[in-house]
Design a binder for this molecule. Structure first.
Ligand SMILES: [Zn+2]
Length: 383
């Protein structure tokens, strides 16, 4: 028997009735006026999550129970699909983390939310600044054989790979991945214009957390930030926590890319959603400070964020003046399209997966309160 949900369609406006089982069967306008319905929108999609609620995705030893808890904590933030992200590490460590996450996906009811995996690195820039918090000893050149082992370990669920395009091997590597349907993103890079152009010609379509993983001081122009902002064939994702990038850069970058090419990611690491203190990102100790920064232990260098998706949507409105529709588009349709998340590209429409969030929205305060999170027609969070 089909389930039903009534709400105000946050993307298209107007009250709607959703009928659904695992997929949406019907999305129809309500003819009768109804006051006071909650907002409903497609569930949020986060293309970059290193961990959550004290749980580190970059360890082969992380238990299924912990992974389940970290997913449930994310459901309370409106996330319905995510790409757990494995960063630069040893060959065995990265492969082990991917195997462990894939086993958890198969074993857990919450694993439905794992739409695939993002591998960020290890083929990134080795120098300080662009490398960010990735461990330098494990940076290495692109290797298609290693990528094939990641795919074998996850039954082909590597969906997104971030690399620095200045490696001489990068164009051939990108072409091989794109042939497999993998989205390739540029990040943690010190690339020159010609490297970026070659990567795009080879099929790269995204810039990873544009504005971060960069030198603190660089040539005013040309530089790799302008080159990526100016390249219309590249989408871009942004960590909108108010810490990683300021309002001016965010506004300018969003105008350069346009809303349709812009994506919200959390880049959350294990302390996100947890209390201030010491945590781990792979082998590296990291601290969550009182003001919600995640830094390498004892340093100021950022090592992921403590951002939650619904807070990112709020921040897009507060920091960059976006409308709710624009901010939600960056958290739903755009990551579905660029990350090739099947059944999620059309929003609340018949035939799509029944993934949606029910929430209250305070227009004056630009604040969102998540009330329910549904994945594949099942309620995984209710306030
Ligand atoms: Zn990064």
């Amino acid at each position: 028997m089909a389930k039903k949900c009534f709400g105000y369609d946050a993307l298209r406006g107007g009250n709607i009735l959703l009928e659904f089982d695992q997929t949406i069967l019907l999305a129809d306008d309500l003819v009768e006026p109804v006051e006071g319905l909650p907002y409903v929108a497609p569930g949020f999609i986060d293309l970059q999550v290193n961990g959550f609620d004290g749980v580190d995705y970059n360890s082969p030893e992380t238990t299924h129970e912990d992974i389940a808890r970290s997913l449930r904590t994310q459901f309370a933030t409106g996330t319905t699909r995510l790409l757990p992200t494995v960063i630069t590490g040893s060959r065995e460590g990265m492969l082990g983390s991917l195997q462990n996450l894939y086993a958890a996906k198969l074993a857990l009811p919450e694993g439905e939310a794992i739409a695939g995996f993002h591998v960020e690195g290890p083929h990134i820039a080795a120098e300080d600044g662009p490398r960010g918090a990735h461990p330098v000893q494990h940076v290495r050149k692109p290797d298609v054989e290693e990528y094939r082992r990641w795919q074998e370990a996850t039954d082909g669920l590597i969906k997104l790979v971030t690399l620095a395009p200045e490696w001489p091997e990068a164009p051939a590597y990108i072409e091989a991945l794109v042939r497999d349907g993998v989205t390739v993103s540029i990040g943690h890079t010190a690339a020159k214009r010609e490297h970026i152009q070659a990567a795009v010609s080879a099929g790269a379509t995204l810039s990873t957390h544009l504005g971060n993983g960069a030198h603190s001081v660089m040539s005013r122009h040309p530089n790799y930030l302008w080159e990526q902002m100016a390249e219309d064939r590249l989408n871009a994702d942004f960590i909108v926590d108010g810490i990683h990038i300021g309002e001016a850069f965010l506004k300018v970058a969003l105008r350069a890319k346009g809303i349709d090419r812009s994506i919200l990611v959390t880049d959350a690491s294990s302390p996100a959603g947890a209390k201030p203190g010491r945590y781990f990102l792979g082998d590296q100790p990291v601290d969550l400070t009182e003001d919600d920064r995640v830094v390498l232990a004892g340093q100021t260098r950022l090592a992921g964020s403590a951002l939650k998706m619904h807070k990112g949507v709020e921040n897009l409105m507060k920091m960059a003046g976006l409308t709710l529709v624009e901010a939600l588009t960056m958290a739903t349709r755009n990551p579905a399209r660029v990350g090739r998340i099947g059944g999620r590209m059309k929003g609340l429409a018949a035939g799509e997966k029944a993934d949606f969030v029910v929430f209250d929205f305070d227009e004056a305060a630009k604040s969102i309160r998540i009330r329910e999170t549904w994945i594949n027609g099942n309620c995984f969070f209710r306030e």
